[in-house]
Ligand binder design. Structure first.
Ligand code: EPU
Length: 419
């Protein structure tokens, strides 16, 4: 197993290029199941989660070829509609095959994703919606089975604006008979990216990017070419890397429009941020101030940036409250940060952070993807050596993060660990 060894204290300086968004690429690759033809998708990041979805799509019968960041995906010959336990357990986003398979074949069988490090994460809203669209849903032996002759349009109100739930319903609705309305839909940029792909395939969608979408089912869909949007969470993580080390970092290929909540908070905390078309420059001369944040569905502050922002607050001046409203167990990084000298107390969904003068390097354990990113950021600014175990978590969602950080001047290496 790999670990990262970081010697903190270097100012990060220079320019880096942001990769394609993992959480856009995953649903778009699954959407290719809908049309039974060949598709070309550019700007696919080289990540472990992409490897997992590749395995799953190939196991269903898709043909997959890759040339650098471009994937050629052909879904003509699908031989099975089952997503096995081994793949679903390593990546919950495997659930995204449910909507397309049900829509095209009227059948899907998926190992039911269990809870994970950040929360219980049920898929009841995905299943309720498919049921409303006429599917019969059965659960047995740890699998969920979806059967339907032909999905039909329905009016669906989501109790929670679930991201992958909205995506599954959209993919189910584009081939359903009649009109589907999704109320309280998720509005993340990745949803809009998926909607743009579906429209390129010939789907009829109105209201994408808002909380109310209307989708009129069509009979068939054609092949598409698409370039995946930049990864706003990778971008946000590098903005914090720049500012936590009091350096100056320029992001290329990032979309500032997707980062307003974070940029606003970073500015409140005292960071200098300049936006020039697709270049975002961040710098900080002095220590930042603590500011409160509360995670919310987009356009609110992203839960996927909460842990990284907490690393920054841990070494800022003053006290702040970080409130997590999306997942019930997303403070796993707190105890590791405290082992590095942070002063953070958890009260239910709130973390009360009192900034400290310095963190000190320590051996720490990554527990999930974004928690690992938080520990890397803390390691960049800590005195001495930080060793982060289980970095396979970070490889799920960050493209060669250690190489990108090293290019900016960080002292970070990947090494084999004894564990
Ligand atoms: N929820 C339900 N029932 C459902 C679906 C969701 O109760 O049927 C609850 C969840 O338990 C959670 C909340 O609703 O408390 C929101 O979950 P959501 O369904 O929106 O999350 P997701 O679709 O499983 C996506 C991202 C996550 C990101 C969340 C929130 C992908 C592949 N994953 O997950 O990304 O944190 O939205 O923005 O798009 C990551 O990249 O590190 C990551 C975890």
């Amino acid at each position: 197993m790999d670990q990262f060894i970081i010697h903190g204290g270097q100012k990060l300086e220079g320019e880096i290029s942001i990769s394609g968004a993992k959480n856009s690429a995953l649903p778009i690759l699954c959407a290719s199941l809908l049309n039974g033809t060949s598709n070309i998708i550019h700007n696919i990041p080289q990540l472990r989660d992409i490897q997992t979805i590749k395995k799953l799509l190939i196991s269903l019968g898709c043909k997959w070829e890759r040339d650098d960041k471009t994937v050629y995906l052909d879904s003509t010959n699908i031989s099975t509609m089952q997503a096995p336990y081994d793949l679903v357990k390593t990546m919950r986003a495997s659930v995204l095959v449910l909507g397309p398979l049900a829509a095209r074949f009227g059948y899907a069988r998926l190992s039911l994703p269990g809870g994970c490090a950040i929360g219980a994460r049920p898929i009841n809203l995905h299943l309720d919606a498919l049921r409303k669209m006429g599917a019969e849903i059965t659960l047995s032996s740890g699998y969920v089975e979806v059967k339907v002759k032909k999905l039909k349009g329905a009016r669906i109100y989501l109790d929670i604006p679930t991201v992958t739930g909205t995506e599954n319903i959209m993919m189910a609705a584009v081939l359903a008979d009649g009109e589907t309305v999704i109320e309280n839909a998720a509005m993340e940029p990745e949803i809009t990216d998926l909607a743009n792909v579906l429209v390129k395939m010939g789907a009829k969608i109105k209201g994408q990017g808002t909380d109310s979408m209307i989708i009129k089912g069509v009979k068939t869909l054609r092949g598409f070419k698409h370039t995946v949007i930049p990864d706003r969470i990778e971008a946000g993580t590098f903005l914090i890397a720049g500012v936590i080390t009091k350096g100056k970092v320029v992001l290329r290929n990032a979309d500032p429009a997707q980062l307003y909540a974070l940029i606003g908070k970073l500015r409140n905390a005292g960071a200098n941020i300049k936006i020039n078309k697709e270049l975002i420059t961040i710098s900080a001369n002095d220590k930042l101030r603590c500011v409160d944040i509360k995670t919310l569905p987009y356009p609110g502050f992203a839960t996927d940036m909460q842990a990284q922002f907490m690393a920054l607050m841990a070494v800022s001046d003053g006290l702040c409250v970080i409130t997590e409203t999306i997942f019930e167990n997303r403070f796993m990084h707190v105890s590791e940060l405290c082992r590095m000298g942070a002063n953070i107390r958890i009260e239910g969904a709130h973390a009360i952070v009192t900034g400290v003068k310095k963190l000190s390097g320590a051996p720490v354990m990554a527990t999930d993807l974004r928690a690992s990113a938080c520990l890397v950021l803390a390691g960049l600014v800590a005195e001495g050596e930080t060793r982060i175990q289980r970095v396979y978590h970070i490889d799920r969602g960050y493209v060669r993060i250690e190489e990108k950080l090293r290019a900016l001047g960080a002292d970070i290496i990947r090494a084999k660990s004894a564990h």
